[in-house]
Design a protein around this ligand. Structure first.
Ligand code: 4AD
Ligand code: MG
Length: 418
């Protein structure tokens, strides 16, 4: 067996030399044990190896396992590929804690450390699980443009880009394009970046984040879409609990099992619940972060870690959500995970005339959306979908305090490098 990786610790215990290697194969390090009388030639090579070296070894799992930190190996072959040209700027062994700012600067290096590595292994697992779910359930993966002419989620968070002679934007969401594709595919999904000029520095917002987006046609109502989302989230969370035990252990988090259906709360019910708790909530506005968190506490007590809020008021939503007849409420829902919104979605307005009316009602110009509106003229079925935030989901699964911990290279108000 050949394993490659980086040295994160080196220790001499009496005559025994121990080298810990962080490799791609597992979250726990490989613990290489060298004894001068057992492998004198290798011992002499290993003596000169230090933290930060990149190497490969061939060997076998040791019969006797004494290390609590990783799996012990006896080595038969050792090849050094690179050594640091200067001391490492951060401690990859985990002995010295690293401040968040430094962590974000050196994440690519710190990912040699089991706790950091675990986060990104689980992140990859979340994406893998999502793809598996979609492939098993008849969705086709699509890719839509990230340079766009019109926003979907409101002008305030659009990033402008110069596109030759004209002005364009970075995509906030694949919203308009995934809907257009329901004119030719029944069920589509995209795993995609979102670019949003969020003005505020919070622990739950990024300026570049990733979403798992779905759009499905031929639905009989918003419930069909909610069913897809709850099945997907339960599948991902349970997949992580089953397949990433070492990672969860390295991070000291308990694994969670979710069962469907998730609890559904009407927006109006949520308003009543929060008012009875003394919060000032309005019937025609989105919930504040504080209100979301309070609701999370109430739902956690009732053993509902994940729950839907359905029927958001029209003044709080984007233009494409379907409105209930003669009502201020829409078929928009959120999915919240212990007080944090992890997804938004709903049934869309698929009737051309009503959609044009809705765009006007939001103070937007239908002409700017003509490329999108055209897709509603030639047999657009009733449809709906959602966007599930990858970092937000990961935050909740791994109990991370700050959304920035869920990304390798953070884009926020003050970070554009590395
Ligand atoms: O709630 P949002 O804005 O909804 C949409 O983008 C719709 N087009 C979805 C739909 O299909 N109707 O974004 C979806 C999710 C949020 O719930 C959140 O988890 C995540 O994407 N998200 C962000 N995560 C981190 N930082 C940001 N700035 C985010 N913006 C959205
Ligand atoms: Mg939302």
């Amino acid at each position: 067996m050949r394993v490659c990786g980086w040295v994160i610790r080196r220790a001499q215990v009496g005559r025994v030399l121990i080298i810990e290697v962080s490799s791609s194969s597992s979250v726990k390090p490989c613990v290489l044990v060298f004894k001068p009388e057992r492998e004198p030639d290798l011992y002499n090579v290993a003596r000169n190896i230090d933290v930060g070296f990149a190497l490969c070894f061939e060997g076998r799992v040791a019969e006797e396992q004494k290390s609590k930190r990783g799996v012990e190996y006896t080595v038969e072959k050792l090849e050094v590929y690179a050594k640091p040209t200067e001391p490492l700027p951060v401690d990859t062994s985990g002995k010295t804690p690293v401040l968040l700012d430094t962590r974000l600067k050196y994440r690519w290096l710190l990912a040699r450390k089991p706790e950091e590595r675990a986060i990104f292994r689980v992140r990859a697992g979340v994406i893998k699980a999502a793809r598996e779910y979609f492939e098993e359930n008849g969705f086709i993966e699509v890719h839509t443009p990230k340079i766009v002419a019109a926003g979907a989620e409101g002008g305030a968070t659009l990033f402008k880009v110069q596109y030759f002679e004209s002005e364009a934007y970075l995509s906030q969401s694949p919203q308009l394009y995934k809907q257009m594709l329901v004119a030719s595919f029944e069920k589509v999904y995209e795993i995609t970046p979102y670019f949003r000029a969020e003005k505020f520095n919070t622990t739950r917002h990024l300026n570049e984040s990733w979403g798992i987006d779905v759009e499905q046609g031929f639905i009989s109502g918003v419930e069909d879409v909610m069913k897809t989302l709850e099945e997907l989230v339960a599948f991902i969370v349970n997949y992580v609990s089953r397949n990433y035990r070492d990672e969860l252990e390295a991070l000291g988090v308990e694994s969670l099992r979710l069962t469907t259906p998730f609890k559904r709360l009407k927006f109006t019910e949520v308003v009543d619940i929060l008012r009875s708790e003394g919060l000032d909530v309005r019937e025609d506005e989105d919930l504040s972060d504080l209100a979301e968190r309070k609701l999370g506490e109430i739902m956690a007590e009732k053993k509902h870690p994940v729950y839907f809020i359905v029927g958001f008021p029209w003044p709080s939503t984007a233009f494409y959500y379907m409105r209930e007849e003669n009502s201020i409420y829409t078929r928009k829902f959120d999915l919240d995970f212990m007080g944090l919104e992890i997804a938004s979605g709903g049934q869309r307005e698929h009737r051309y005339e009503k959609l044009v009316e809705a765009i006007r009602d939001k103070g937007l110009n239908p002409e700017n959306y003509s490329f999108y509106l055209e897709a509603f003229k030639y047999g657009m079925p009733p449809h709906g979908g959602f966007g599930l935030g990858v970092e937000r989901l990961l935050m909740k699964i791994l109990n991370l305090e700050n959304i920035r911990e869920a990304v390798f290279f953070v884009r926020d108000r003050t970070r554009i490098v590395p």
